[in-house]
Ligand binder design. Structure first.
Ligand code: Q46
Ligand code: ZN
Ligand code: ZN
Length: 302
C-alpha cells in the first residue's frame, strides 16, 4: 500500500482515521496531533517550564522527544525506584533517550534517598500502592522545588481507555473523577498534562521506531499488569470491529466526567513535616516513609 499523501510505500496503516502513511508523513502526522492535543485541551503554553517524567519506557521517551521538537522548554526527571536490575536498566534507557533528545536529565534514586527500594519495605501494603504514592510525591515535589510550571507524563489513548473501563467495571467513582488530559495545578500541586492523550499505543511504538528511540520492554517484576492488558486487548478487539471506539469512549467520558466529581472538596492542610498538601497532620508520603524532615530536591544551577 502507498502513502495517501505522497504515494511512497506505506510505513503504517492508521485505523482511525483510516489511512496509509509513509514514515515521513506519519512522523509529521504524529507531531501535529500532539501539538493539536496541547492546544485543544490548553495543556501547555510556550515559555512554560515543563518537567517530563521519563521512566525508560516508550511513552515518556516519545513525550520528551516530541515536546523538545515542538520547541517547548523542557527538562526530564527519572525516578530510579530501586527495583534491582529492572531499575538499573530503566535508568540506562532514560539516560540514552535524553542524550538523543539533548534534554537535561535529573535523576532521583529512591533507595539512596529513603533507604529502601520499592519492594524492600516491610509493610502490608502492596509495592504498587506505595510505589505510586512515592512517584507522585517525588514528581510533584521536584517540580515544585525547582519552579516547573507543569509535569508531562506519557499516558496514551489506550492507557486512558483501559483505566476508564477498569474503573467503570469496579465503579471506582473516585478515580473516575480524576481522568482526562489535564490536572490543573492548585497551591503546591503542579499542573499535570498528558500530551499523548489522543494517540494510540500502536502509534507511539511506530513513532519511537521511526525516530530511533530505544526503550525498556520488560515489565516491572511487581506489575500485576494482567488486568490492564486484558482491558487493552478487549478494547483493541472492539476497535478492530468499530474503528474509533477508544476515541469515542474517552471523549464521551470527558463530556460526562462532571458526574463523578465530588461536590464537596476535601480541605487540605499543610503537612507538618514537609509543608506539602496533606489530608491529615502529616502527608501520606512522609507518614509512609516515616520522615522527620522534608526532602529537598532543589537543583543547584549555574
Ligand atoms: S507501580 Fe508497581 Fe509500576 Fe511501581 S512497583 Fe512496578 S508495577 S513500577 S507502573
Ligand atoms: Zn508520504
Ligand atoms: Zn509531608
Amino acid at each position: 500500500m502507498r502513502c495517501k499523501l505522497c504515494g511512497r510505500p506505506a510505513y503504517i496503516k492508521l485505523h482511525y482515521p483510516r489511512m496509509y502513511l509513509c514514515e515521513e508523513h506519519f512522523v509529521e502526522y504524529f507531531e501535529r496531533k500532539v501539538q493539536r492535543t496541547i492546544e485543544k485541551y490548553k495543556l501547555l503554553r510556550k515559555g512554560e517550564k515543563i518537567l517530563v517524567a521519563v521512566s525508560g519506557g516508550k511513552d515518556s521517551a516519545v513525550t520528551a522527544y516530541v515536546l523538545n521538537k515542538l520547541g517547548y522548554d523542557m527538562e526530564c526527571l527519572h525516578i530510579n525506584l530501586g527495583i534491582g536490575e529492572y531499575s538499573e536498566k530503566s535508568e540506562a534507557y532514560a539516560r540514552k533517550q535524553c542524550a538523543i533528545i539533548g534534554a537535561p536529565l535529573h535523576i532521583v534514586r529512591v533507595k539512596e534517598l529513603l533507604g529502601y527500594g520499592i519492594g524492600e519495605v516491610k509493610t502490608r501494603r502492596p509495592p504498587c500502592s506505595y510505589c505510586g504514592l512515592t512517584k507522585r510525591y517525588i514528581m510533584n515535589k521536584f517540580a515544585y522545588d525547582n519552579g516547573f510550571d507543569a509535569i508531562a507524563t506519557g499516558h496514551n489513548l489506550d492507557d486512558e481507555a483501559s483505566f476508564l473501563l477498569n474503573n467503570i467495571l469496579h465503579w471506582n467513582t473516585e478515580y473516575l473523577a480524576k481522568g482526562g488530559p489535564l490536572l490543573p495545578g492548585e497551591g503546591k500541586f503542579v499542573k499535570k498534562v498528558k500530551p499523548l492523550y489522543e494517540l494510540t499505543e500502536r502509534e507511539v511504538v511506530a513513532y519511537a521506531l521511526a525516530v530511533g528511540l530505544e526503550y525498556i520492554v520488560e515489565e516491572c517484576p511487581h506489575a500485576r499488569g494482567a488486568t490492564t492488558l486484558d482491558m487493552k486487548a478487549m478494547l483493541n478487539e472492539m476497535e478492530e470491529k468499530r474503528p474509533g471506539t477508544k476515541m469515542n469512549f474517552v471523549k464521551g467520558y470527558l463530556r460526562k466526567r462532571h458526574l463523578f466529581e465530588l461536590r464537596e472538596k476535601v480541605e487540605l492542610k499543610e503537612c507538618k513535616v514537609c509543608g506539602m498538601p496533606a489530608q491529615g497532620e502529616v502527608c501520606s508520603f512522609c507518614r509512609f516513609w516515616g520522615l522527620e524532615k522534608p526532602l529537598d530536591f532543589r537543583v543547584r544551577r549555574g
